[in-house]
Design a protein around this ligand. Structure first.
Ligand SMILES: [Zn+2]
Ligand SMILES: [Zn+2]
Length: 294
């Protein structure tokens, strides 16, 4: 089936957070599986676009719809079919949407904002941690020796890998804020279960990516806050563009000023901001610059 080039509103409609016509509504939203189908139709069409175009579409979506989406993530799961409902508590339509936007600076901006669902900046981390734990506990015990049951990799280990990576990335991103006194708000009970699950996943033979990601998240969650400071700067840059001038090639880190419109990128001087706005050498800032309500 041929889909048109997607726009930001298509994802909002596929998620059910905006009304309207969209080629990506393959099924009306009756069960959660339908929302997943629609979101994944959007995601696979988007994947065919060049990266800068993907970023522009997803930045616009994030600027406009992140508060609505995260509100639904917290409250709105349709009836489900096929797998047990515990599966969809983690792996729902919103999960697949978060997966493609969580590395954008808008996601970090939202998590740190005063939006009720984001305040005090960590509710998404808390719920993602709790849902990953529920999902993991539900599916244990998992055989540690291959061969695994057919399909279990796609349906179990892949979402686990994605959720573990998301959590680790977001925790790295927020490590700077932790220094400023804000704590990651995962309850001790969830934390202890999650740590033992991560122990099992980091010993999962034949799944090196999952083992590495689990190892990293285990370290992040079990370290004291002053240890998380050592978290790699490269990962933090996914979110925290304030650490370096936004013009590619400029490594200035002092006296940076935010782009007044989006507040997601910082520059050392007005000349570099102007050079980046319509840059030909690197992806320009203009197509990903949006004002947000958060
Ligand atoms: Zn600069
Ligand atoms: Zn901007």
């Amino acid at each position: 089936m041929d889909f048109p080039v997607p726009i930001a509103e298509d994802l909002a409609i596929a998620l059910g957070i905006a009304q309207g016509e969209s080629a990506f509504i393959l099924k009306p939203h009756v069960v959660e599986n339908d929302r997943i189908t629609n979101v994944n139709a959007f995601v696979s069409r988007l994947a065919h676009l060049p990266k800068p175009e993907q970023d522009a579409i997803l930045s616009e979506f994030s600027a406009k719809y992140l508060p609505a989406m995260m509100d639904r993530w917290a409250t709105d799961l349709l009836p489900t079919t096929g797998f047990p409902r515990e599966y969809f508590v983690l792996v729902n339509g919103y999960f697949w949407a978060v997966r493609i936007i969580y590395r954008l600076p808008y996601f970090g901006k939202f998590l740190m904002s005063k939006e009720p669902i984001a305040a005090p900046g960590k509710h998404f981390v808390t719920s993602l941690g709790a849902r990953l734990t529920l999902f993991g506990l539900f599916h244990l015990p998992l055989p540690t020796e291959p061969p695994l049951q057919e399909g279990i990799e796609d349906f179990y280990l892949h979402p686990v890998f994605l959720a573990v990576t998301m959590l680790a990335t977001i925790l790295c991103m927020s490590s700077k804020r932790i220094e400023r006194g804000k704590r990651v708000d995962i309850s001790n009970e969830v934390l202890n279960s999650l740590l033992s699950l991560l122990d099992a996943w980091r010993n999962q033979r034949g799944h090196q990516d999952l083992a590495d990601a689990s190892n990293q998240l285990h370290w992040l969650l079990s370290s004291r806050s002053d240890d998380t400071r050592q978290c790699s700067r490269a990962m933090r840059k996914f979110y925290d563009n304030s650490s370096q001038c936004g013009l590619p090639g400029c490594e200035e880190t002092e006296n940076l000023k935010a782009c007044a419109r989006c507040l997601t990128v910082y520059y050392c001087c007005p000349e570099h901001q102007r050079a980046h706005w319509n840059s030909k050498e690197s992806p320009p800032h203009k197509p990903v610059c949006f004002q947000t309500a958060y």
